[in-house]
Design a protein. Structure first.
Length: 260
């Protein structure tokens, strides 16, 4: 257990309203229902694991919450904005890191930060200040003029995560952020996640590493578009009589129809 993990505590003054709220949220593509009436909420500063096998519907659900897809049914808000009526407002209040590396490899570290700072609407002075702060925190000050494509994968992932937080979003969506990195780098990445949540930022994360589900405050598991389980890792293991979250996941996923 890392120091950041051991010292995590509820965020003081957390907002009374959930940062993410969904009720009966659905999405169909023709006759196929990808997301089938899911309901849940996520609080400020919470690390929320969003799990499911390939084809379970979690990517579609995440895209609706990010304002990229319009729901077929139900309702949801993110950072207080409605996913149907206010998708552009949601995009300004969230950060997003995809499972595929999202920075420009033919730009330097500093150029990537400056570019995304502009995309997020930050002023030049704010970008300059945040660049120095970010590089110092990551230990990349001497690499500011290095092409991102030449950095080790672990550093790329940590840089991409930090850039997703550049504009101080209320919630950051992480889509399998630790894929392909070594175990030590994965733990270092989770230290960044804990530090982020401790500042009151909600972290909504998908992962195929079931041991990482143990690090979340709460976990949901989607099966065939439905939310079949929701609770703390300890609570879910007790509910399903399982020793690990991997056992819980396998118990639920065995009956899935939409498996790849």
């Amino acid at each position: 257990m890392s120091q950041a993990e051991a010292t995590r505590a509820p965020v003081a003054g957390a907002a009374a309203l959930p940062v993410i709220w969904a009720e009966g949220l659905s999405k169909s593509f023709g006759a196929f229902t990808a997301v089938d009436g899911i309901s849940f909420q996520v609080e400020a500063g919470e690390i929320f694991g969003f799990l499911g096998a390939n084809g379970a519907g979690k990517t579609t659900a995440m895209r609706m919450l990010c304002g990229l897809l319009t729901p077929t049914g139900g309702a949801a808000t993110v950072a207080g904005f409605d996913v149907r009526r206010e998708p552009e407002a949601i995009k300004r209040r969230i950060g997003y890191m995809s499972q595929k590396f999202s920075l420009y490899e033919d730009l330097t570290v500093r150029e990537n930060i400056r570019f995304y700072g502009g995309v997020y609407g930050l002023r030049t002075a704010a970008i300059r200040a945040k660049t120095g702060e970010l590089l110092g925190r990551l230990g990349l000050a001497t690499e500011r003029d290095t092409l991102v494509g030449s950095l080790p994968l672990g550093w790329k992932q940590k840089l991409a995560f930090s850039v997703a937080l550049l504009h101080d979003p209320a919630v950051v969506f992480l889509d399998e952020p630790t894929g392909g990195v070594d175990p030590i780098t994965r733990r270092q990445f989770w230290d960044l996640i804990y530090e982020t949540a401790a500042r009151g930022v909600t972290v909504f994360i998908t992962t195929h590493y079931l041991d990482e589900a143990e690090y979340c405050d709460r976990v949901s598991i989607m099966v065939d578009g439905r939310l079949d389980a929701l609770g703390t890792p300890a609570g879910l293991k007790q509910q399903f009589g399982a020793a690990t979250m991997n056992d819980v996941f396998l118990h639920l996923a065995r009956g899935a129809k939409n498996r790849e």
